[in-house]
Design a protein around this ligand. Structure first.
Ligand SMILES: [Zn+2]
Length: 628
């Protein structure tokens, strides 16, 4: 659907058909299915295809990183980085005003309380501190979220209470007396995840009481065999009576199944298989409150104050922060109502909403949060926007094992930036994103990818052309000569590659998109190698000038096309060419792009774009980060 809209949007400026551009339109048509249960019925043409709908806006959210400390590269590539790449691409296609990318730190819950205790800080101070650290690291990785918010914000508190009130009014919440684990050794009720034991489904012996990280099934602490406190390790725990609010998820099974089925064609099998597995096992009603102090308080007007002193479960308020962070963004800009048109129907009717997440988050985004939204939407004049496309990721492993925060195994975001610039990591991680299956990080593979793709192919191409042009054409784009057969062939090859690249970006097939982009760099390299202006200059100065002029324009086109993945290198290339990196719109019109910079234009030779990684460094890093 969005592919068609892109074509519609861009058609004003360019003859896209001539350029052979498809923008994923065919894929969009084949797989078109109305995914939005809230929206009025999609307009479907008699033939079954969607009519062109002027889809003009894209909303992107990344799963929220938990606030407790620096995230590792597996966390980064599992949601935040691909969300950023997709947002950068969409901005080039639709214009920045039509794209909103949102992330935040997930700050509530017992783990933050415990970590604050360990650091000797009040929990609010602890969260403020680590939010800042994560925000700064995200910016250093060039994550271009329009807002990186905080789930503990007043905006999220208000929205979370609003959702709960609507669910209560609509009869989807119920007060139930439950039995909760109390630890005598720790003198406190234990949060689900602080009860550990053996998973009844797969036998994993360190399953947490909320979810087994081995088989991803959602658990209740009382499901565990041999339960014990994760805090003290004490088995001296007992189950006591306490009252909690329950969300009646079981009433939504059929609706969720219909919704997920309708999206089967365009969500990845990873996402739908996890969602269906959950539904097949039968949806249980879910407790959404906890005996904690740190969190969004249950308002007194729910259940006549019976839940006084309790807070909402972190998994209830965290996804609502997608909206909360949008509201924070709107408030910060001084346009407090601007969030509404992204989230509430009918104002958000032209928004397509994409969510990015690791596979452990899929159950909460295919069942938990949709139930919250659907339940609150009943009878609402301005229903909430439901997600259109969920992009899930498998795990990135570290040298054959898991990245581990507790064991400090693997590379964390702050360490990565001490070693190398962000773009090297961005490129490697996205080119090897764990899409179809888990992926494995090794230092050899990382160094090989960076050295070959970024240094040998891309960096070499840029420096070769600009150095030669400076030496032989006084640092100006030469005027002589005219494009011939070699340039026509290059244009045709680029047009086909850009079309494929665009299709893969539309479909969020990031590994394939990276392969296409690499092929574009290779095509540029091959063109100048074959044209060989350094040889031609001795016999045919005009032909050499044509190759140089085409090569310089190629650098500009490549810089723009590469910017979603390697924004800093892209910026460096454009700065060397002394051309602006704003206002460029995504295009497949290679012929026009290769004639854009006019003769006489002055440029600079940039410093080496990418330094090669040495064997000695690989060995040192393996040692330092626990790789074998
Ligand atoms: Zn399990």
């Amino acid at each position: 659907m969005w592919g068609l809209a892109a074509r519609h949007d861009l058609h004003r400026d360019q003859d896209i058909a001539r350029a052979g551009m498809r923008f994923g339109g065919a894929r969009g048509l084949e797989k078109g299915g109305c995914s939005d249960m809230v929206r009025a019925p999609c307009r479907v043409a008699p033939g079954g295809n969607h009519q062109i709908r002027p889809m003009t806006r894209v909303l992107i959210t990344s799963a929220l990183p938990y606030v407790n400390g620096v995230k590792h590269l597996g966390n980064l590539v599992g949601s935040m980085l691909p969300a950023d790449v997709f947002a950068r691409y969409q901005r080039l296609k639709l214009g920045a005003d039509n794209v909103l990318a949102i992330c935040a730190t997930d700050e509530h819950g017992a783990p933050a309380e415990i970590a604050a205790l360990e650091e000797g800080l009040p929990v609010a101070e602890y969260c403020a501190k680590w939010h800042e650290v994560q925000k700064r690291l995200g910016e250093s990785f060039h994550l271009s979220f329009d807002n990186f918010g905080r789930s503990s914000s007043p905006q999220n508190r208000e929205l979370t209470q609003e959702f709960a009130r609507a669910l209560w009014k609509n009869g989807f919440l119920e007060v139930r007396t439950t039995r909760q684990v109390y630890s005598h050794a720790d003198k406190r009720f234990l949060q689900d995840r602080f009860v550990i034991g053996t998973c009844p489904h797969c036998g994993y012996d360190r399953a947490r009481g909320d979810q087994c990280e081995n088989c991803t099934r959602v658990l209740d602490p009382t499901d565990l065999k041999s339960p014990r406190s994760a805090l003290s390790g004490s088995p001296d725990i007992e189950v006591r009576d306490t009252q909690h609010l329950f969300l009646k998820q079981s009433e939504f099974s059929d609706r969720l199944r219909a919704w997920i089925s309708s999206n089967e064609a365009r969500w990845s099998p990873l996402v739908t298989s996890i969602a269906f597995k959950w539904l097949d096992e039968g949806l249980r009603d879910r407790g959404i409150t906890r005996d904690l102090e740190w969190g969004v308080p249950v308002p007194d007007d729910i259940a006549d104050g019976a839940l006084k002193g309790k807070v909402f479960y972190v998994w209830f308020d965290a996804p609502i922060e997608y909206i909360g962070a949008t509201r924070e963004w709107a408030d910060a800009r001084g346009t407090p109502d601007a969030w509404v048109r992204w989230w509430r129907m009918p104002e958000a009717g032209d928004v397509t909403y994409f969510q990015f997440m690791g596979k452990d988050n899929v159950p909460f985004h295919t069942v938990g949060f949709p139930v919250t939204v659907l339940g609150a939407n009943e009878g609402a004049a301005h229903p909430w926007k439901l997600v259109d496309v969920i992009k899930g990721f498998n795990w990135l492993n570290y040298d054959g094992g898991k990245f581990s925060t507790s064991q400090k195994r693997g590379v964390f975001m702050d360490q990565a930036l001490e070693l190398l610039p962000a773009d090297q990591w961005r490129w490697y991680l996205m080119a090897n994103a764990p899409e179809g299956s888990d992926a494995n990080f090794t230092w050899e593979h990382f160094a090989g990818t960076v050295n070959k793709d970024l240094a040998d192919v891309l960096g070499n191409f840029v420096n070769r052309i600009l150095k030669f042009a400076t030496a032989r054409f006084e640092g100006k784009v030469p005027e002589e000569g005219a494009p011939g057969a070699a340039e026509e062939e290059l244009e045709a090859r680029l047009a086909a590659l850009i079309a494929s690249y665009t299709d893969n970006l539309e479909a969020m097939h990031f590994r394939k998109a990276c392969a296409d982009l690499r092929a574009i760099w290779v095509a540029g390299n091959e063109y100048v190698t074959v044209a060989a202006p350094w040889t031609l200059i001795k016999t045919d100065r005009a032909a050499a000038a044509t190759a140089v002029r085409t090569g310089i324009n190629l650098i500009r086109l490549i810089a723009h096309l590469s910017s979603p993945f390697i924004p800093s290198m892209s910026h460096a290339m454009l700065a060397a060419l002394r051309v602006s990196d704003s206002h460029w719109r995504w295009t497949g019109d290679a012929a026009a792009e290769l004639r854009h910079i006019r003769p006489g234009h002055v440029f600079d030779v940039p410093p080496v774009l990418v330094r090669k990684i040495e064997d000695a460094e690989i060995a040192a890093w393996q040692e330092r980060f626990g790789g074998s």
